[in-house]
Design a binder for this molecule. Sequence first.
Ligand code: ADP
Ligand code: ZN
Length: 654
Amino acid sequence: MNQQISENGREENDLKKKEKGSRPFSIYWIYLIILIAIILFNYLPGRSSAAKSITWQEFKQDILPSHDVAKIDVVNKEIAQVYIKPESLKKEKYKDVAKGFLGSVNKGPHYYFTVGSVEVFDRQLEEAEAGFSEKERIPVTYTTVNSWWPNIISWLFPLLLLGFLWFYIFRRLGSASGAGGSIFDFGKSKPRLYEKGKYSPITFKDVAGYEEAKTEIIEIVEFLKHPEHFTKLGAKIPKGVLLIGAPGTGKTLMAKAVAGEAGVPFFSLSGSEFIEMFVGVGASRVRDLFDRAKEKAPSIIFIDEIDTIGRVRGRALSIQANDERDSTLNQLLAELDGFNPNIGVIVLAATNRADILDPALLRPGRFDRHIHLDLPNKQERLAIFKVHLKPLLLDSKVDTEYLASQTPGFSGADIANVCNEAALIAARKKKKAVETQDFFDAIDRIMSGLEKKSKIISPSEKKIIAYHEAGHAIVSWMLKNVDPLQKVSIIPRGKSLGGAWYLPEERQIITEAQFFDQLCAALGGRTAEEIVFKEASSGALDDLEKVTKQAYMMVVNLGLSEKIGNISFYDSTGVYENSFLKPYSEATAQLIDEEVRKLVEQAHESARSILEKNRDKLDALAKLLLEKEVVYKKEIEALLGERPSVKEEAVLAL
Ligand code: ADP
Ligand code: ZN
């Protein structure tokens, strides 16, 4: 669910377009060269363009008997070129070939025809000349034209092409580095620059929610605006601030807002842009970036995805030890240490994986302030919705609060996406205003892709899908610890053929029982197929993947299995991430596999017993699904009765 609206991407494209426009070079040159080569190949010498092609038969009947031929020249044993005597050229029948280019006299050859083989040609000619006197016989010469053109082209062409590609790639690289197109500027960074009033009109008003983060970050604006307040008292202004949060939680937005509020230039560069295929480029880009920012101080440097350069250095276990990244990081550390804190350059960096950053980056004097941006809670989602709903023309019935409650787990970027998508859907339906249903369609679409009503599904397949989804629905309905079911659908969407939607509850910890019930619900689909059709199908791939991953996580990382006990092999430093080594022994590995197998088997059993007990309900729901394709919570409730777990809780509460 990480759809992000990349503003930077758009600006980058604009930049590239501008660069392209100013350069005369284009791919059309390549087309031109290929075209010329083709033409050259087609007009090889030996086939003078003025000569006319004829057949042996025509030659024998029309030309040979009149004794007009001066000589025949067989070129490369392939083509017989016929030269007509100059005095005979005046004849009417040679009118076509008498004139060469631009009206000059054509010296020949005048006709040509292809020869099967020299021997055959000799014999045929001899037969045709049977009645000729010695003097009337046509002299035949054989020449081999070592045509140099094909030869030259055969070695020149690939060479040219290679040179061309080389040239082209370097141009592209040059422009990709954003360095104005020249390969010699390669090490320079081209950070995107925003200055107040020009590019960054974003202020804290545009950032909804995150009140705590904002109060922390407002201080940075103060540092930039009035550094003397702090330096007067002898305080050092912090240099680096790390924004930590999942993708789309508004880290870039927050950094831009700081620049907008402080009214200072904002240099933004993504971590991956430092790392190029050439060694040393990253370090020189870092240097260049800091030089520019210092020139314009007070200013803000924003480094997005700093984890791409800031990973723990020199990990012995890593298979791709990356010297380039290490040297880039070293340069970054040197730059951070190198400048006087009071010159007014503040470095903001964003990451979603603070755990894998090199500890050296987080030391005092470097990125020592951390601001966490979590996924928004309901109140914050409401605020974000309000920001993004403002520009839309809304139907009066749209309830923003309800929308916020229906989107747990959505990031700010997801919400921005939902709003835009809803407006697009409404526009497509030619509505006057955006309605609640459009928002739900947008949420569905963002969660699982576009509806594909045109996908052809046979009735028997449809039945399997209906039972599969009904299986998920029934099992989850009967279990207390699964998120409440919202709707079930058998309309194909994106890659999936159907689905059950749940409304996740916001919680910070998940209990063992909840994990187990989730496993049961995920296996409900496949189990229903087994019970009804006595065989399984391929339709459970996603479910099984989810189940397997979750079961392994429970056993390996969360200490939720009896035999493994309270041991976690989770590695927050990321050291083992890229290595083939496992942090446990072979015996433990076997035990883990056994435990996972047992867990999944238990979940499968309990899903089976639930479905067998409620076979009538399973049939009824599958039938309803086949009829209506989408079944909502209310209808499920009417069919299955109130959710048993809910009743139970109500009893407990009494
Ligand atoms: P990140 O850098 O954390 O991946 P961005 O800052 O690029 O995320 O956020 C992407 C988009 O999401 C923003 O352009 C904005 O439209 C929206 N967004 C995210 N958080 C918020 C928020 N708190 N208030 C308003 N819009 C937000
Ligand atoms: Zn399923």
